[in-house]
Design a binder for this molecule. Structure first.
Ligand code: GLU
Length: 287
């Protein structure tokens, strides 16, 4: 255990970290790396490691997977405290969203993905970047709508913001590549950005650890923290596991899910140790 040159956390305070999977598929090696990463920082600093199930992804969330996740984490030898799943927190998301609505920071948008693609097929950190066509327009209340953040107005309100990544250092929040991002979805009273930001604050998370692929989401989260007067955790965006060809390890590339490894009798503790070693060495991950 310990930290090497590639993933060195200067954090000495007891760190409250979390692993926050969305139950829409089985856990894979990349998830195991993330979980071990967050777990070890918490344990080594005398903090706490939390498990939060991010199950607001509509029909993609599969409840039967959640128990499997717990068994996977146990198999890796991890210990955690479980905090409430996102589906149990919808009322809190709604309160925060209504506050933003009352301040004129959100506006309804009933555009479909197809319509947005037709207007501006620019890809930002969150997929297609929205050009703001519904802003200031009359909205038919009978039509289902998402609520989007008026990012220009939000930035005027909060001014320049900085967040700290333990690898990248001080980062100036630059959320504009997202366009007017969705804060409340058509089907649930939150998007990932709103839910994760509120939950990290409610759960007392002091160090948000997640893969480098989510780095740019943190720009939005920082703006939401400021708008909603939430504490600002440090972040550590860790490297993604790459296979021998330097490609991101993913299920389509034939890496068996953790549950399959567990059920065929692989040693989870050994896998966790391999991942720790990888954290020290960096480079590609060979099994
Ligand atoms: N629920 C997200 C996922 O499974 C993780 C988000 C986060 O760590 O902030 O990708």
């Amino acid at each position: 255990m310990g930290f090497g040159m590639t993933e060195t956390p200067p954090t000495q305070e007891p760190a409250i970290t979390r692993f926050a999977p969305s139950p829409n598929g089985q856990l894979h090696l990349g998830h195991a790396y993330s979980a071990v990463f967050a777990h070890d920082i918490a344990k080594e600093t005398g903090g706490a490691f939390l498990l939060r199930i991010e199950d607001i992804d509509g029909d993609r969330a599969l409840p039967e997977l959640i128990d499997q996740y717990r068994r996977d984490l146990e198999w890796l030898g991890l210990e955690w405290d479980e905090v409430p799943s996102q589906s149990g927190r919808l009322a809190k998301y709604d309160v925060a969203a209504q506050d933003l609505v009352a301040r004129g920071l959100l506006y309804p948008c009933s555009c479909t993905r197809k319509e947005i693609q037709a207007i501006e097929p620019r890809i930002g950190g969150d997929g297609i970047s929205y050009p703001g066509s519904c802003k200031g327009q009359h909205h038919d209340p009978a039509k289902p709508a998402a609520l989007r953040l008026d990012i220009d107005k939000a930035m005027r309100e909060v001014g320049e913001l900085v967040w700290t990544d333990e690898v990248a250092g001080a980062v100036i929040a630059d959320p504009r590549e997202f366009g007017d991002v969705v804060i409340v979805r058509k089907d649930v009273p939150a998007s990932y950005h709103l839910a994760a930001t509120l939950d990290d604050a409610a759960d007392g998370v002091t160090l948000v650890t997640r893969g480098a692929d989510l780095f740019s989401s943190t720009h939005i989260h920082r703006v939401l923290q400021e708008l909603l007067k939430l504490p600002v955790p440090h972040c550590h965006h860790h490297v993604l596991l790459l296979d021998d060809d330097g490609k991101k390890l993913a299920k389509r590339r034939g890496s068996p899910p953790l549950a399959e490894r567990r059920m065929r009798g692989d040693d989870g503790l050994m896998l966790a140790e391999q991942l720790r070693l990888h954290k020290l060495k960096g480079g590609n991950f060979s099994e």
